[in-house]
Design a protein. Structure first.
Length: 182
């Protein structure tokens, strides 16, 4: 069975823009490494892209997170570094809120040996999409790679990790050798 890599919202506005945080840049090389690994193995890769229209502050999300970001057509919506160019080779799920209903719809009923998530923000968009994937593809092993994912708030990260682990989503650092319990 194939694996799937989901790169969540690794966009300029979440790295260097209004919702950026210092450690966000450090995930860049690891994400590129994951893309190379999945690509060379013939596995699938997709991206999610957060995009908002001018009415963002009047949406439910905008009222609760009133920071204008990822405005349609702006540099902030583009993927960080050369990931914008790399993304042209893969499906990109544009979304206007945390989770991607279209990604969930496409995963419905599909079983992957592994669905690996990376990107930002771990405590919001990565969390939302990992939960959606686990819900619609319950027999796939869903993993969040901490070497390529994070958020700007340590407490929020801990809550998100705890929540995912309770939902049988593995949260670990895939850049380090994993223990084999067999």
């Amino acid at each position: 069975m194939k694996r799937l890599l989901v790169i969540v919202d690794y966009q300029n506005d979440f790295i260097t823009g209004p919702l950026g945080f210092p450690k966000a840049k450090k995930y860049y090389e690891r994400i590129k490494s994951l893309i190379n690994e999945f690509s060379s193995n013939g596995d699938e890769i997709v991206f999610t892209r957060d995009v908002h229209d001018e009415d963002y502050l009047h949406t439910e999300e905008g009222r609760n997170l009133p920071i204008i970001h990822c405005q349609r057509g702006s540099e902030g919506t583009k993927f960080y570094g050369d990931l914008e160019k790399i993304s042209e080779n893969y499906p990109v799920y544009e979304k206007d809120t945390f989770g991607s209903p279209e990604l969930a719809k496409d995963l419905l009923g599909k079983d992957y040996s592994e669905i690996v998530f990376c990107g930002v923000d771990l405590s919001i968009c990565v969390l939302s999409n990992a939960i959606l994937a686990k819900s619609v593809s319950p027999n796939s092993h869903v993993v969040v790679d901490l070497s390529a994912s994070g958020s700007g708030d340590k407490k929020d990260e801990e809550v998100a990790i705890n929540t995912m682990e309770h939902l049988q989503i593995e949260v670990c650092d895939l850049s380090k050798p994993q223990k084999n319990y067999l």
